[in-house]
Design a protein around this ligand. Sequence first.
Ligand code: M6R
Length: 612
Amino acid sequence: MCGIVAYLGRRHAYPILMNGLYRLEYRGYDSAGLALLNDDLQVYKTKGKVSDLEAFVSGKNISGSVGIAHTRWATHGEPNNINAHPHVSPSGNMALIHNGIIENYVYLKEELIRRGYKFRSSTDTEVIIHLIEDFMVNVEVPLEEAVRMAMDMVIGAYAIVVISKHDPHKLIAARKASPLVVGIGDGEFFVASDPTPIVEYTKNVVYLDDEEIAILELDQELKIRTIRNQEKVPYVEKLEMNLSQLEKGGFPHFMLKEIFEQPRSIRDSLRGRLNAAQGVVYLGGIRDFEQKLVNAERIIIVACGTSWHAGLVGEYLLEDIARVNVEVEYASEFRYRNPIICEKDIVIAISQSGETADTLAAIELAKQKGATILGICNVVGSSIARATHAGSYTHAGPEIGVASTKAFTAQVTILTMMALMIADKKGTIRRSRFHQLLNELEKIPSKVEKALLLNDKIREMAEIFKSASNFLYLGRGYSFPVAMEGALKLKEISYIHAEGYPAAEMKHGPIALIDEEMPVVVVATNKELYDKVLSNIQEVKARKGIIIALVKEGDTSVANLADYVIELPDTEESLMPLVATVPLQLLSYHIAVMRGCNIDQPRNLAKSVTVE
Ligand code: M6R
């Protein structure tokens, strides 16, 4: 997965492209490049981050009001200067940027080589620009038609933008299974992988659909054609995003800003959907499927990574409160294991980015089998949001740090409302209990505010544990997914090995790892399983493990046993994941900062995983 941005208009393209690359860098950051059309086609690319590209082009010719730029997360071909995008056609007249994977590139490359073409890179992308030029030269068609013919030959996922020296006032963009949005300004166009590079210039955008080609020409209206050569009327949408959401707002990292945004983002997820005083929970986005959801005999949740952890909390909530049978699936496993899916099933796809390839593929599979697919996405207009039958946006606002934080709590908030809505309609909980839970859910943002006050204390704890090589996270019941999420956060940004385990499972294996070097984070907030968790803590202590316990305010039993204690504001057990996750996010953050890690762009990761 990569980030792409392009500009066509009368302004100086370079700062727009560079700014756009910085905004998209969360998508990939192993190499970057850009191409500008001025008297000639200028192409600059280099291994490294966007800042390396900026340094590399310093002093070079960066004039021009048409250009394309790319930040890469390598799939085919190692990250180096040659494999960086843009890729240039054999004649040197055209340049192309690409996000996605061309699955049949080996076949296409061999064909082109047989016909005398030479390749410079080891990427899958280069075949596309060779094909386009081949059609232009040998079939003598205009650029947009050559793009159409080329994209008709490729199998796989793509979002591309092409420029040509011979058409200096034109940009051609196309997409299939990789996101692409066109911004329409006053006599200018912007193209990007997401709207963040566009929002400061225009709020009018068109999200391209699969197999659509956008033809952008100076002083012309936007034209869209499909790969089958049908004309489409562009559907212009208004962006609901502002610039301050894309800036750090005084925080040193996006991740910390996003952790601290959670009281606000949870409130935004609840807004207009929960009215505790009137005893109402209403998810407008899924209203047409409400009855189907209430009647469902089985719900299958598909997701990856942190979203999968949110799904696990969802399973506990839906089974516990709404008494419906739930299965939570890793999208990547689900799609390949011939799962049993019936028409009566409801599949809930959870994704922050709405672009995760495995989740998208799982949706397609479930759709083919006739299931109803509901989405819980953060990014408006994303591929998953559009592929589902209906859904609820999380409204967490742009999440830029690669480690997901506010998206998780927003996803859990939506799942909680879903469970409550079903429970109320089905009558699986008493009305008084329903009201109690609604009231408590409404208070969660202020409880998260309180949990954030632990920041200084957690920073001190991080100082103690920053050099650990391993961590174990334990939890039971609702605390188990929290433990898993805590471990994932730690490993992805601090590179410390961490495992999240159901506390009782520890004795079936991980207990062998425990010694005086092993910090064990125990999420001990459960009321029902309290004694059992106490026993698990004893088991760790007996082997000299170091206990960091998350407990409810006023807890003394666990606190007396633990080496370090984090006291959380009390809430309903089923809502505790929304509060308990926050200190674990902070712990990972501070440890990673102290280890000198790149917080917002951890190594080898990217924000949206659009490859299988
Ligand atoms: O955009 P999605 O929610 O579909 O992404 C799923 C995972 O790739 C994502 O949650 C990943 O695990 C994060 N880096 C976790 O912080």
